[in-house]
Design a protein around this ligand. Structure first.
Ligand code: ZN
Ligand code: MN
Length: 477
């Protein structure tokens, strides 16, 4: 059997999270609204309408292009892409064709196996979304709410080499979109849509075989499964001596199968021509500089910096940079604390994230500020409270918003390091448990932990456990 190489390119449509649509002032996000409630003559394409470009949509597109290391065109144009479909009331989609907002670019995607795949970008442009058609029994309904929602279409070069690489690319793209704040990138809500172009060739070949296009793969898992299945099919076809035909396939999520849809239109079928009702986008030096000043450190760069600057393990750096707010939180806490960053990371990842998960709150709903977290760590370091009190403080600060030191003061949580006080309790515990004392003296040394536990319990967790152990050893010795 021939050794095949898999060649995948992904075409993504990214819904920008603007408040209004790209060419009119209708509300852009209609997910929770009844059909045909956010529409107007412009997005429904009534005669005589004139589109007006949404400045914020352009800025979000520019930000994304810059983050993908793409070249920005100072002058870019809109074009009409003509086709007939019921959910496209104008009979054309306003898109960008040969002179788009940006060109080139790439993303370096780290793979779990340790290597980095550079994925080139061949196309990046702005366009408007179409509506939705919905089949209900024998009837077909059309919802124009989504018409005119701003999209960035972004197409990769055929640089991905497995279904897993495609899934990793999408995961990193989703992370980047949220990080930049340009899209909510929720695939279930179709804010990030993906079509996959798949072909195979003998390993080492430098030509491309005909590809198939898989439509409607709208979760990262679906991309993994659908591409895997299509690769298997193509290998079987090639091994049987058949040619691969350029089909468009549709992924059926319910049945987990690929279905042949239609043969694909060619570019010429769309009769692209310049949109006469819109001026070109003139991205002046000043405007461009103003937008790029908002470009944050990117998630993968920050991940690397967390490894280098704070000496964090890969696992920690990955989780702490999964979300921009969380990673900002971490850095602010490290700064306020001034001690070992790994201590901050441990508290954040084990305890704060658990608390967030359990109570279903996000990083921006935390009342426990980075400064609060830092002061809890300092209280533990100074020996004022023990570790378990520190952890219970997280929840208390979150619930009340009160600074940790004030809670320690008000509730008398300070660790008791007073030798005499602990000694009295130790003596009590030994007196109350003669059988255990006898067993311990008879050689059952493991009971020491139990004795310490009894002392801690009597002192409501405030005793210094090391001191309690020392005193117990002395009394029992
Ligand atoms: Zn409208
Ligand atoms: Mn498109």
């Amino acid at each position: 059997m021939t050794d095949y190489e898999v060649v995948i390119g992904l075409e993504t449509h990214i819904q920008l999270n603007t408040i209004t649509k790209i060419f009119c002032s209708c509300k852009a996000d209609s997910w929770f609204d009844p059909p045909n409630t956010n529409i107007c003559p412009v997005c429904c394409g009534l005669p005589g309408i004139l589109p007006v470009l949404n400045r914020v949509a352009v800025e979000k597109g520019v930000l994304l292009a810059a983050a993908m290391h793409a070249e920005l065109r100072p002058l870019s144009y809109f074009d009409r892409k003509n086709y007939f479909y019921p959910d496209l009331p104008k009979g054309y989609q306003i898109s960008q064709y040969d002179q788009s907002l940006a060109f080139g670019g790439y993303m370096d995607v780290p793979m779990p196996q340790g290597y980095v795949r550079r994925v080139g970008i061949t196309k990046l442009h702005l366009e408007e979304d179409a509506g939705k058609t919905k089949n209900m029994g024998a009837e077909r309904y059309i919802d124009f709410n989504r018409c005119g929602v701003p999209l960035v279409e972004m197409v990769t070069a055929p640089d991905l080499r497995s279904a897993e690489e495609a899934a990793q690319y999408l995961t990193r793209l989703r992370q980047l979109l949220r990080w930049l704040g340009v899209s909510d990138a929720d695939m279930e809500r179709a804010q990030l849509r993906c079509d996959a172009n798949v072909s195979i060739r003998p390993h080492g070949a430098d030509y491309l075989n005909p590809k198939t296009e898989i439509k409607n793969v709208n979760s990262i898992d679906a991309v993994r499964v659908a591409v895997e299945k299509e690769v298997d099919r193509q290998v079987r076809e090639m091994e049987a001596g058949h040619r691969i035909e350029s089909w468009t396939l549709e992924w059926d999520e319910d049945r987990q199968v690929l279905r042949k849809m239609r043969s694909k239109e060619t570019e010429a079928d769309y009769r692209y021509f310049r949109e006469p009702d819109l001026l070109p986008i003139h991205l002046t030096e000043e405007w461009r500089a103003e937008i790029l000043a908002r470009l944050p450190e990117l998630p993968l760069e920050r991940r690397q910096r967390f490894l280098d600057q704070y000496g964090l393990p890969e696992y920690d750096a990955e989780i702490l940079t999964s979300e921009r707010r969380l990673s900002d939180y971490f850095e602010q806490a490290v700064q306020a604390y001034g001690g070992d960053p790994k201590r901050v990371s441990n508290y954040l990842m084990n305890d704060v994230l658990r608390m967030m998960n359990e109570s279903g709150i996000s990083a921006d709903q935390l009342r426990l500020t980075p400064a609060h977290l830092a002061s809890i760590l300092k209280l533990v370091d100074a020996g004022t409270i023990n570790n378990s009190t520190g952890k219970s403080l997280l929840q208390k600060v979150q619930e009340t918003g009160t600074p940790p030191a004030a809670i320690v003061e008000a509730e008398g949580l300070a660790k008791v390091s007073d030798d005499a006080a602990i000694r009295t309790v130790c003596e009590e515990v030994l007196k109350e448990n003669p059988a255990e004392v006898q067993a311990y003296r008879g050689g059952k040394a493991t009971l020491m932990g139990w004795f310490v536990g009894q002392v801690m319990k009597k002192m409501r967790g405030k005793a210094d456990p090391a001191l309690a152990r020392k005193i117990l050893e002395e009394l029992l010795g």
